[in-house]
Design a binder for this molecule. Structure first.
Ligand code: UD1
Length: 419
């Protein structure tokens, strides 16, 4: 099994180009089912989760061409040999597989999709996805671990108010509403930038969609007949991760290929901690800060501070003076990095949903492992500032979502290698 070996305390100096967003690409790939013509996607991050989704689409019957070097994926749905099934083996490793449900159901009037089940960070149900599809007229039953959905006469537009905000449920509802008859109004939606990117893709497919605050109106459409080209937005979580790396140990770390407006809450949070950031619209430069200030944050749906950066920010908080607090409001079990950070010397206590981080602590290298993507990368960040060597195990989690992680860091003079 591969591991990452990091020799800490090497200052980061150089430029990192931020990749395309994994979490934007996944629903857009599912949306390609809705097209009756060719789809070409650019700026696709070549990471494991994307390949898993492509495998699922191939199984369904979509023709796929991958141009790895150009970061381009071409997809074509010839509608002939369509399999409206998403099997367990392809959904279990990647929850986003459930996003094919809305697209298959609206286009082919039926779908059988494996329940994704729980994962390390929480139970992660799909009740909100099913709630929306039922409102659009789907008949749904759960049998043998599968969601079996049907809409014999097709889905019909409706007004749907989500009882709580969910990224995946908003995406599934959008895909389903795209092919539904008439108008759908979705209320209390997630409005993450990845959802805006999905909407701009659906508009290119020919959909009429209006977004106003947390309200999204979709006028149903008879499947995309236009050839569609779309460039995926940058990965704001990858950008936030390197932003924190720069704050921890940047001599001068520059991030480019980003839109700084989209990561305003992250930039503001770090600035409040005293981090030296120069903002130039499509790039940022960050310097390590000697005296970091404590801060309290709560993870929230966009535009709030993202749960996907909670673990990384916690590492920065270990270097701030005083007691910082994080309240994790999105997932119930997202502190698995804490025992590992403690083993590296961090002083962190957890009470209910809140983590108290007592800084500043000197971190020392250790052999560590994590059980999810963002927790794993927080250990890499800790390794970059720790004394001696840190060995991060189970890096297949990192490979699910970070493109060329060690290469990008090596370019900026980090001592990190895969063994
Ligand atoms: C997406 C992101 C993930 C991010 C999360 C929150 C992708 C592929 N993944 O995950 O990286 O951490 O948004 O920003 O884009 N919930 C329900 N019922 C449902 C659906 C969700 O109770 O049917 C709950 C979840 O358990 C969680 C909360 O709602 O507590 C938010 O989850 P959601 O926004 O749906 O996250 P994902 O779409 O799974």
């Amino acid at each position: 099994m591969q591991k990452l070996l990091i020799k800490g305390k090497k200052e980061l100096f150089g430029t990192i180009s931020i990749s395309g967003s994994k979490n934007a690409t996944l629903p857009i790939l599912a949306a390609s089912i809705l097209s009756n013509n060719g789809v070409k996607l650019a700026n696709v991050p070549m990471v494991k989760d994307i390949f898993t989704m492509l495998e699922l689409l191939k199984f369904i019957g979509i023709k796929i061409r991958i141009k790895k070097k150009q970061k381009v994926i071409e997809l074509k749905n010839n509608n002939k040999k369509i399999n409206t099934l998403a099997p367990y083996k392809l959904v279990k490793t990647m929850r986003a597989g459930v996003l094919v449900l809305g697209a298959l159901l609206t286009k082919y009037k039926k779908a059988k999709v494996s329940l994704p089940g729980g994962c390390a960070i929480g139970t992660r149900p799909v009740d909100l996805h099913l709630f929306a599809l039922k409102k659009l007229g789907a008949k749904i039953k759960i049998k043998d671990g599968y969601i079996i959905a049907e809409a014999k006469k097709g889905l019909v537009g409706s007004k749907i108010k989500f009882p709580s905000i969910s990224v995946g449920a908003t995406e599934n509802a959008l895909l389903a509403a795209f092919g539904a008859k008439g108008k759908t109004v979705l209320l209390n939606c997630a409005v993450e930038p990845e959802i805006s990117d999905l909407i701009s893709f659906l508009k290119k497919l020919g959909g009429k969609i209006i977004i106003s605050g947390r309200k999204i109106t979709i006028i149903g459409k008879n499947f995309g007949t236009k050839k569609t080209y779309h460039k995926i937005i940058f990965d704001r979580i990858e950008a936030g991760t390197y932003l924190i790396a720069g704050a921890l140990i940047g001599k001068k770390l520059v991030l480019n290929k980003i839109d700084t407006k989209i990561i305003k809450s992250e930039i503001d949070t770090l600035k409040k901690m005293g981090v030296n950031i120069t903002n130039n619209k499509n790039s940022l430069s960050i310097l390590k800060t000697k005296k970091l200030k404590k801060i309290n944050i709560t993870t929230k749906p966009y535009p709030g501070f993202p749960t996907d950066l909670q673990a990384q920010l916690m590492v920065l908080m270990t270097q701030a003076q005083g007691i910082s607090k994080i309240k994790e409001n999105i997932f119930e079990n997202r502190y698995m990095h804490v025992p590992e950070l403690r083993r590296m010397g961090a002083k962190i206590e957890i009470k209910n949903k809140t983590a108290y981080i007592f800084g500043a602590s000197r971190l020392t290298g250790a052999e560590v492992m994590a059980t999810d993507l963002r927790a794993s990368v927080s250990l890499v960040l800790a390794g970059l500032i720790a004394d001696n060597r840190t060995m991060v195990n189970r890096i297949y989690h990192l490979d699910r979502g970070y493109e060329f992680l060690e290469k990008k860091l090596q370019t900026c003079k980090a001592e990190i290698k895969r063994i």
